[in-house]
Design a protein. Structure first.
Length: 84
């Protein structure tokens, strides 16, 4: 169902996109720590790095979903299917 577009959703989508990119960058650095002997986060124990990697990947996925939803709303769609 189409409704009037709201430009505030574009700003919110940009903020969520920046958060998603930050989570992906941190997850990439943690992934590099887990797979190789690089010490990007030297003070974090190895077992905690794996957990933190999963947490940041989860947050990146959630933020990506918010970006999609907010861009859909910014185009004037509410993101829900019309029930028959």
């Amino acid at each position: 169902m189409r409704q009037e577009a709201d430009p505030r959703h574009l700003v919110n989508a940009l903020i969520s996109f920046i958060a998603m990119v930050a989570c992906v960058i941190i997850a990439g650095e943690l992934f590099d720590d887990v797979l190789s002997d690089n010490e990007n986060f030297a003070e974090v124990p190895g077992a905690l790095k794996v957990f933190a990697l999963l947490v940041f990947l989860t947050f990146a996925t959630l933020e990506g979903n918010k970006v999609r939803s907010r861009l859909t709303r910014a185009r004037g769609f509410n993101g829900r299917r019309k029930r028959l």
